[in-house]
Design a protein around this ligand. Structure first.
Ligand SMILES: [Mg+2]
Length: 223
């Protein structure tokens, strides 16, 4: 992420704030896997441990098919982890940051997943962030549509790491939306749509940009 990207993120949030005319809270959605939660590292570690796949050359590539691991290898472990309520999965978004987001904007966690992992997701979120956390689960099928499904929920700002969501920002449905793209996967950053997408370091950074834009927009007296 460059300095220019950082100021683009602030401008983008300010422009979304100006559309609310101060009459309502900004509607913000935050993806769970690899945005609020450190999921894929645990899945990769277990794929390595159980099947011997070597991820050392994959780096920050979203596509790890060169290792020999298949979607099934990934999904079997992924579902198993979430069926154990994500016990091994660490949060990335801090609890205090969540509380502030939950107070200052209309905040929801948003995730695309099947029924067999959503119960674990709800429990993970309530365990780490408490019962006031709002959770939106969208249909994961077909997988390349999940960006559109998230945008259909009408977030002014979506915080996400997915290349599919990054690519979706070119579509008509994203016209009034903005994406703060977590700088995690090379492919996602490469396919970002510039006008309505800005790259941020992580979920905490995205939150800081939102708080900064908010204080610039409403002024410190009205905070
Ligand atoms: Mg994700």
């Amino acid at each position: 992420m460059t300095e220019v990207e950082g100021s683009h993120a602030l401008d983008l949030v300010l422009s979304q704030l100006s559309k609310t005319n101060g009459g309502r809270k900004l509607k913000v959605g935050m993806d769970v896997d690899d945005t609020a939660a450190r999921t894929s590292e645990v899945v990769r570690d277990l794929m390595k441990e159980r099947h011997g796949f070597d991820f050392s050359l994959v780096g920050n590539k979203y596509d790890w098919s060169s290792t020999g691991a298949t979607d099934k290898h990934f999904m079997d472990i992924y579902n198993e982890l979430w069926q154990r309520d994500g016990e091994e999965i660490e949060p990335i978004l801090g609890r205090e940051t969540f509380a502030l987001l939950n107070e200052k904007v209309e905040f929801s966690f948003v995730s695309a997943r099947g029924g067999n992992s959503s119960d674990g997701l709800y429990k993970w979120i309530y365990r780490h962030y408490g019962k006031t956390a709002n959770v939106v689960v969208v249909n994961p099928e077909p997988y390349d549509m999940h960006g559109i499904r998230k945008l259909e929920r009408g977030f002014d700002i979506l915080i996400d790491d997915s290349p599919y969501v990054a690519a979706t920002m070119k579509d008509e449905i994203a016209r009034n939306r903005a994406l703060l793209l977590v700088n995690r996967w090379e492919e996602a950053v490469a396919c970002r749509h510039e006008p309505n997408t800005a790259v941020v370091k992580d979920a905490e950074h995205a939150a800081r940009v939102i708080f900064e834009a908010r204080s610039l927009h409403v002024g410190p007296m009205q905070e």
